[in-house]
Design a protein around this ligand. Structure first.
Ligand code: ZN
Length: 173
């Protein structure tokens, strides 16, 4: 496995804004990509990563929430319920957080690391990570979905109280 370079908005790489095509078959090259993405994400550290963030325009995401490791190809939300409002961050937008409303519960269908069709049910953080990562596959960044533009903040410019408040909720995905 190897650590991949994460594309950030500062790189001005159009891959972050492109709609990524589906994976045809989960073969060894896709599995290698999934493994490298998981290693890159855990090292970053983050709880989610999408292939376009490592400059590969294809519908693959990795997520690690509560020690649950997900390597998913062609993920698609088939059910979404409720709402959660919280701060999130993104490995492609380092040092920034903003408030985003997401569904609180989702059901996602995808292919797993072995190419088998699976359904993943997620609530809370897992649901947020799934939605954030699938957005990446469609060229959407969290900054496109802010509840209000004024909630986009630079972490280093915040006071201690605000940081405590926001880091308690912030998620880097
Ligand atoms: Zn992200």
């Amino acid at each position: 496995m190897s650590i991949l370079k994460i594309v950030t908005v500062a790189d001005d790489n159009p891959v972050l804004r492109r709609r990524a095509p589906k994976v045809g078959k989960v073969d060894d090259s896709i599995r290698r990509l999934m493994d490298d993405m998981m290693e890159t994400m855990v090292a970053a550290p983050g709880v989610g990563l999408a292939a376009p963030q490592v400059d590969v325009s294809i519908r693959v995401i990795t997520i690690k929430v509560d020690n649950q490791l997900l390597h998913l190809a062609n993920p698609e939300i088939i059910k979404a319920d409720g709402e959660q409002i919280g701060y999130e961050g993104c490995l492609s937008i380092p040092g920034m957080v903003g408030e985003v409303a997401r569904a609180d519960k989702v059901v996602c269908k995808a292919l797993n690391r072995h190419g088998k069709a699976v359904r993943i049910k997620g609530t809370g953080l897992l649901a947020r990570a799934i939605q954030h990562e699938i957005d990446h596959l469609d060229g959407i960044l969290f900054t496109d979905r802010l509840t209000d533009p004024s909630t986009l903040r630079r972490v280093e410019e915040m006071g201690d109280e605000e940081i405590a408040n926001i880091e308690g909720e912030a998620v880097t995905v």
